[in-house]
Design a protein around this ligand. Structure first.
Ligand SMILES: CCCCCCCC/C=C\CC(=O)SCCNC(=O)CCNC(=O)[C@H](O)C(C)(C)COP(=O)(O)OP(=O)(O)OC[C@H]1O[C@@H](n2cnc3c(N)ncnc32)[C@H](O)[C@@H]1OP(=O)(O)O
Length: 292
């Protein structure tokens, strides 16, 4: 355990060069997979991009997917895109959250690369100056909920899908930055109640506590409402908007900028612990049983 900080650093330095970490670590230089896991469609009239997660069956967040997502955000920023709508190509799943296979029986160095990629991609989405909306057209557990929470506005298709940070049910702990995102949406009381029990909320329950902002009955409506939200900013000077967003989100940004390596070390220690591994094993078995 004592060596994890050094060994993680060693692995990252080997993989990405020897400049100081984490600031110098960049993960977007890898060529994307030839078959994209994320489709981007920019509306030529409004300049708003619909970013569709398309990694069947359930859009799990693994290293290639997160790298591609990071690259997409960077590209949209470069092109001064007017808005980003995050949605899924699946009819029933927005994102199933982190890919458990990146953590289950994975070597520590693989876990370290995975987590650092997640941290970087999350920060890009959370702090981007582009107005962001999640059009949640399916279940959004754990990391899927985090993706939605990182956007500025959430429109959810109801009533049958669920959303929440369910980590405790798996015997793992949602890290502080997940918690900060939840608290920003629903406040401290609901956050504690939700996270200690790992509650998954129905769309209606999520609306009632402010976890989502609007309910709609299908994906088309979700996209239309997302476009309306972004249109609100047409006359707002972009720099004033961007800085205001950064000030509002400074707790999460500061946490990640200052605690990135501590957070990584804790993640690898916790995720590789026998109890977390056992929890994941049982959870994977339950998922397999359910799908057969
Ligand atoms: C202090 C710091 C400590 C840090 C500790 C770690 C912090 C970790 C933080 C976040 C954790 C996560 O995000 S963990 C992931 C949590 N996700 C879930 O709980 C969702 C699990 N999935 C489901 O509930 C369902 O799959 C679904 C509701 C999303 C969809 O159901 P559906 O019936 O449509 O699909 P299947 O269940 O049949 O799934 C299809 C297929 O995908 C596999 N699968 C599903 N989810 C995952 C996943 N998250 N990772 C890996 N694989 C997944 C599932 O097993 C099926 O596989 P097979 O077809 O091979 O059976």
């Amino acid at each position: 355990m004592a060596g994890i900080y050094r060994s993680t650093r060693y692995v990252l330095q080997n993989a990405f060069g020897s400049r100081s970490l984490p600031g110098a670590v960049r993960f977007y230089s890898q060529k994307p997979d030839p078959a994209p896991l994320i489709n981007v469609d920019v509306d030529s009239k409004t300049g708003v991009a619909t970013v569709t997660m398309n990694s069947p069956p359930v859009n799990t967040l693994n290293t290639p997917f997160l790298n591609e997502m990071g690259g997409v955000i960077k590209e949209l920023e470069k092109n001064k895109t007017r808005g980003l709508i995050l949605t899924s190509s699946s009819n029933s799943v927005f994102s199933a959250g982190l890919d458990i296979m990146e953590m289950y029986k994975a070597p520590r160095d693989q876990m370290a690369v995975f987590w650092t990629t997640l941290q970087n991609t999350w920060l890009s989405l959370y702090r981007t100056g582009i107005p962001t909306v999640a059009a949640i057209n399916g279940h959004a557990p754990a990391g899927g909920c985090l993706l939605a929470l990182s956007c500025e506005y959430r429109v959810m298709v109801g009533p049958k899908f669920t959303i929440g940070l369910n980590e405790t049910q798996l015997g793992i702990v949602a890290p502080p930055w997940f918690l900060i995102c939840m608290r920003e949406a629903v406040g401290p009381r609901q956050t504690e109640l939700a996270l200690t029990s790992g509650k998954m909320f129905t769309a209606t329950e999520a609306l009632n506590i402010g976890l989502v902002d609007q309910l709609v009955s299908n994906k088309e409506e979700a996209l239309a409402e997302a476009h309306k939200f972004i249109a609100r900013f047409a006359k707002i000077p972009p720099l004033a908007r961007k800085l205001t967003k950064e000030f509002t989100r400074q707790e999460g940004i500061k946490y990640m900028e200052e605690k990135m390596l501590d957070d990584l070390e804790t993640f690898v220690d916790v995720a590789s612990s026998p109890s977390a591994q056992k929890g994941m094993e049982m959870y994977l078995e339950a998922l397999k049983k359910k799908s057969t």
